[in-house]
Structures are given as structure tokens and as C-alpha cells.
Design a protein around this ligand. Structure first.
Ligand code: MG
Length: 162
């Protein structure tokens, strides 16, 4: 078994769509970044890569590389997963905490889980997403950005014990 952790944070700005877990979520602002700035998917990528000892998202997909300008982050997860799956792993489970003061994400959890499960070749029951707020504290509490922390457990593809 291998375990990995991922963390990411992006600023919320007007004039951008809000993409989380590959879903477009109706909101007056969106996350700013070079790609679609999908902070949840970025944290999952870093956790998956970290668990497999494959570095991090910045080393795989350069933050200034024009090929990744505006790219859908689910596609980056797909590429990352192909690499990790190729080393003989499957997903044990993914657990993610998304810190967003607004909007409320609970109605979107099922859709985000479905997207991530599909890309990671696993069942939705192995993916858990927990939206929370920052209780009004600090920049996250003021709605200046959204952060995500993710843990991923990888198991060897042939191991049926888990
Ligand atoms: Mg990011």
C-alpha cells in the first residue's frame, strides 16, 4: 500500500467559471489559474502522484507551459493516473476536504465524486469529498479563495484484501 497527500489553493476572481472536480458550479466568481484552476482535482493529482513517488503536478505539467493554458484539470488527472496505474496500482480510497466559504458545495458532491471515480477507474464508494467552510476566518473565510486537502491510498492492482 502507498499513501499520498495533496494540498492546493487558488484565488476566487470575477469573470471565471468555478470548476471543482470537473463540474461547473454556478457562482458569481471562479478560481484563477493557468489551467481551469480546479483546486480539488489538483489536490487529488498531487496525492496520487505523491503516493506513487512520481513527484508533483508542477513537475509534470509546467505552470507556464502553453500546452496547459486553460486545460481541463480532469485531463491532467487522467494523464497522471495513466502513469500511476502503469506502475500496477489501483485506488484504495480518496478522501478530500474542500474549504470554501461559498458557494455551498453539498449539492455538487455526488457529481464531483462521479467525475473523479470515472477518471480513476474506480467506484464512487471509494471517493469521499467533504465540503466545509473556514468559519469566516482569514482569507478563505472572506471568500478570497478555495483550498483543498486530499489523501489517497493506492493498493497494488492484484491485492484484493482491501
Ligand atoms: Mg493548482
Amino acid at each position: 500500500m502507498r499513501i499520498g497527500i495533496g494540498y492546493d489553493i487558488h484565488p476566487l476572481v470575477p469573470g471565471r467559471p468555478l470548476i471543482l472536480g470537473g463540474l461547473e458550479i454556478p457562482f458569481e466568481k471562479g478560481l484563477d489559474g493557468h489551467s481551469d484552476a480546479d483546486v480539488l482535482t489538483h489536490a487529488v493529482i498531487d496525492a496520487v502522484l505523491g503516493a506513487a513517488g512520481e513527484g508533483d503536478i508542477g513537475h509534470l505539467f509546467g505552470a507556464s507551459d502553453p500546452r496547459y493554458q486553460g486545460v481541463r484539470s480532469l485531463r491532467l488527472l487522467e494523464e497522471s493516473w495513466r502513469r500511476v496505474k502503469g506502475k500496477g496500482f489501483r485506488i484504495g480510497n480518496v478522501d478530500a476536504t474542500v474549504v470554501a466559504q461559498a458557494p455551498g458545495l453539498a449539492p455538487h458532491v455526488r457529481g464531483m465524486v462521479a467525475n473523479l471515480a470515472q477518471v480513476l477507474d474506480t467506484e464512487p464508494a471509494r471517493i469521499n469529498i467533504k465540503p466545509t467552510t473556514a468559519k469566516g476566518l482569514g482569507p478563505l473565510g472572506a471568500g478570497e479563495g478555495i483550498a483543498c486537502l486530499t489523501v489517497v491510498l493506492l493498493v497494488e492492482a492484484g491485492d484484493k484484501s482491501e
